[in-house]
Design a protein around this ligand. Structure first.
Ligand code: FE2
Length: 398
């Protein structure tokens, strides 16, 4: 019962009519009365937070305006209208499935940094519940982010990871990719957003593009479901600043070798971050790991292309997924060098160790988990927690 009548009524009147329809149906009347009542199918979910802006996304079953009320209290006081659009099949494959639904994107601007706001999606018959977002930290503020990934396939395990992350109340989330099992299957995306809803309504998500998002040609769904920071190139790699740190999201499903468009973009992006006096730390994220002892192992292509760039520009920590385990790796010849984390324990079937990488000795954990990263001035503190609440690794760097 997705598409009903397009009848837009004030919320109180709609409630009256819906209860009337219910009463008529219960009284055994031959004709059931069904009234239009726009429902939220996905979201609301937060995207692309900066010190002054945030993007709010949601999906509805019926075409309706994109409007969000927001303010410093539950009384809101301000509202903003955005755009409504439908997802189209790529012109290269017009048989690709498209959601029978409407996407909503509202950008709120002119916000105060490091500030908590209440918000509510109001352009539906029954407004969404009150939720809270927080704008990005300034370079002098401490902040926390959570990294996890490979949550596809086993929904109960994915749910357990989501429930474990929520109490940590991070400022934002980074997913290392493989959010869904098959990128072109709409039901996989429905399930992803259903499980992640309690997380994504309050904490903005910055996703990496995994190999499973590309299965069946699913790039168009990834691009249309997420409102990511603007970037040149394919749209599947991008970067942003948060607090005193720079974050770069790289796509390991497209060319990254020296001379490629993405390689040149990464080199320029890291050089700009390295020359920015407000940036104390650089964090990089991509799906396939450079070093790993797991089933897929590391990638020589990445160690010869990206690793020298990370060394040149003093990248602090690199997070990847793809292998469904946890691991911490570092070149033993450079003890102050870049740390490489594999965090692919978001819900997918866990992998056994395959061949221990000499850069990752003794750190392999076959656990569903997430990584919590606290940044305060020059200090970076990382705590890795499994779904039973046990700390499976922790370390500090600067
Ligand atoms: Fe993968």
């Amino acid at each position: 019962m997705r598409k009903l009548f397009k009848l837009h009524l004030p919320p109180r009147l709609t409630l009256l009519f819906v209860s009337l329809a219910f009463t008529v149906a219960l009284s055994g009347c031959a004709k059931k009365i069904i009234l239009g009542n726009t429902r939220i199918l996905k979201g609301p979910y937060l995207q692309n937070v900066t010190q002054g802006n945030i993007t709010i996304r949601w999906e509805t079953d019926i075409d309706s305006p994109s409007e969000v009320a927001y303010g410093n209290s539950i009384h809101y006081g301000r509202s903003v209208i955005g755009r409504t659009f439908t997802i189209e099949a790529p012109t290269t494959n017009e048989t690709s499935p498209i959601p029978d639904a409407f996407q909503h994107e509202v950008v709120i601007s002119g916000l105060i940094p490091s500030t908590e706001y209440h918000y509510q999606v109001t352009s539906v018959a029954l407004p969404s519940e009150d939720s809270i977002f927080t704008t990005a930290a300034t370079p002098s503020d401490p902040f926390r982010f959570v990294v996890y990934g490979d949550n596809r396939t086993n929904h109960d395990d994915h749910q357990a990871v989501v429930e474990a992350i929520i109490p940590t109340r991070p400022d934002f989330l980074v997913n290392t990719g493989d959010l869904v099992n098959v990128g072109v299957i709409l039901e996989d995306w429905d399930k992803f957003f259903e499980i992640e809803q309690p997380l994504l309504k309050s904490f903005p998500l910055f996703p990496c593009f995994g190999n499973h998002e590309g299965l069946g040609g699913g790039e168009y769904l990834f691009k249309d479901y997420f409102s990511l920071p603007e970037s040149t190139g394919s749209g599947l790699y991008y970067s942003f600043n948060y607090g005193n740190s720079h974050f770069i999201i790289i796509n390991t499903e497209e060319a990254i070798s020296p001379g490629s468009d993405q390689y040149n973009w990464v080199a320029n992006d890291l050089a700009a971050a390295g020359g920015n006096p407000d940036i104390a730390h650089i964090f990089a994220f991509f799906h396939r790991p450079a070093y790993s002892s797991g089933r897929h192992g590391g990638s020589e292509a990445l160690t010869t292309s990206l690793v020298p760039l990370f060394k040149t520009y003093d990248v602090d920590i690199v997070f990847s997924g793809h292998d469904h385990d946890y691991e911490r790796c570092q070149d033993p010849a450079i003890p102050e060098g870049t740390i490489y984390i594999v965090t692919g324990g978001g819900g997918a079937p866990l992998y056994d160790i395959k061949a221990e990488n000499p850069f990752c000795l003794g750190t392999f954990k076959k656990k569903h988990h997430f990584c919590q990263v606290d940044v305060s001035g020059n200090n970076i503190d990382v705590v890795v927690t499994d779904t039973a609440g046990n700390t499976i690794d922790s370390f500090s760097t600067h």
